[in-house]
Ligand binder design. Sequence first.
Ligand code: FDA
Length: 320
Amino acid sequence: MAFSKEALKAANALKSIARNEQIKAYIQQSGDLYPLLLRAAKRFVAGETRNEGIGKAKELISKGYGVSLEYIGENTRNIEDCTEAKNEFMTLINDLGKQQKEETISLDLSHIGLSIDTDLALNHLQQLANEAQKYGHTVMISMEESMKTDQILDLYKKTTLAYPNVGLTIQAHLYRSEEDIRELLNYPGKIRLVKGAYQESSEISIPRSKALNERYLNLINTIADANHPLSVATHDKGLIEDLVQRELFNRTHVEYEMLYGIRPDLLRMLKEQGAHARVYLTYGSEWYLYLCHRLAEYPPNVYTMFADMVNPSESESNIY
Ligand code: FDA
């Protein structure tokens, strides 16, 4: 879908607002704004606490979906906060594991140490992978800005050979991804293919376009034809219809994954057609950043946000 210039300007402004610590602090301290925005955020996040995350996850699992659960955060700047985030993921793995086996925990490596020290991030990742393995859980690593791609690939490769339950997200919009995927097929972890959420230069990436969609389909075919574990992570109806026609979803190693609150109708349809359908579900106090991202990538969500503020029950009745 093409957006107007104004909508794209608003989206860029939202991306800046998301990173503005002063605005964030103001909202967090505002007795009026904070609860209002939290109402809107609940369309996209399970809540602020681990219990809310696990509660929503169980609800979705009981309806036949898989879940990827994430404690929201990125670019953590000191060791104590990285360790605290790692400990939260550790508790999440255990709490979820006591109730549900073989689910997925999703994380940004910059949340658990990558922005400070790669060895710290590696150590934390391996601790989490080891714990997750006890419950048959997968740990999916998200892909961040392109300046971090080499480091993220390196930590993934160092970990997945010992812990095949660790998988990696790859962004179709980066030119390099074709070659990266060819190499990653030699490693055991699941590959989650997304279009890419970060603004990257045209020298290294393709913007949203027909060309990107074709590329996305080609990369999906490469991974699927190699019988490699694959998560198709897009909300693009056109792409989904194309893939359904190719009967890609009936293969056991292929699953379909969407962000919580986005196109639940499409995901439900896939599930009803027999596809493995997974919901990517987040919780945590950093919901503000996550809400801004969802608004920025799809400006019409700004209208939905106002409607949710007035009538929050709508946002919580996502039809899964
Ligand atoms: P596209 O952006 O072209 O949108 C297609 C259609 O989907 C839109 O027309 C609209 O109908 C719907 N849609 C998309 N976004 C919407 C929104 N916010 N609200 C309402 N409707 C919306 N990115 C990244 O860089 N690193 C990562 O690790 C991840 N991880 C990740 C995991 C999972 C499970 C998913 C689904 C996505 C990610 N992403 C990501 C985000 C991804 O790169 C991408 O930005 C979004 O999925 C949106 O792109 P689409 O493929 O949906 O297509």
